[in-house]
Ligand binder design. Sequence first.
Ligand SMILES: [Zn+2]
Length: 268
Amino acid sequence: MKSLPLKYRPQQLEDLVGQEFIKTTLKNALTAKIIAPAYLFAGPRGTGKTSTARIMAKSLNCLNVDQPTIEPCGECSSCRSIERSNAIDVTEIDAASHNGVDNAIGNDSERRNQELEKLLLYAGDSKLGKSQVAQLVAINTQTSLQLASAIKAGQALLVAQLTQELLAKGEPPLKLIATLITQFRTWLWTKLALAEGIKTNAEIAQIANVGNVNRVYYLRQEVAKCSVRNLSRAVVLLYELQIAYPQGMKVDSLQSRLLITCQAFQVI
Ligand SMILES: [Zn+2]
């Protein structure tokens, strides 16, 4: 079984869709062999930051070419280990989904500290300090992930409270919905992979489209108590929200729809 995101994940800059400007800039840099010491990819979830970073890493490290290339082979050990995210020289931090805040429902500052320590470990030799790593994670994204956990745990009161908090802080509802969809899809794919009898964390990471394989350890615990049926239902409800909202749905009904999604998890 090969997941759709894995099957269709772009392998070269040429395959990137919808990011023409980024594509041209990076291709020019590679062709001219003028590589900046660092590239910062910013944007909402799902726009291809991780995919682009991996393609860039392959373009710079492919063993079948002795210089930076716009056509990494995708077959050599370097290309393949980067694709599987177990390359020694390529460290993925992906702070938004690896800070474990979704494990720490509420304001557990000790837990948050531990998670930041872990992130620092992932960051390896880079000169990032704890406060810089903390800043990598947008606070609203953290709250959105807490909201996803509260929905999954069937905690209606917390769902209402966190939704209000996010909207009051000016989080765009569509961005909030997109973050929830990403999180619930990750949980659903993990649960499906486990239900299919897939055992290794590396395979589960691929199916769930999780950048860092270490995250699977936590994902297993996060989905332990929920069913495929409830997770799929939540994903469907969230997609419905994503369609209804731009068509004039009110903020109040956004909150009540999230509560309905949450109620699905109260009865297992
Ligand atoms: Zn290669």
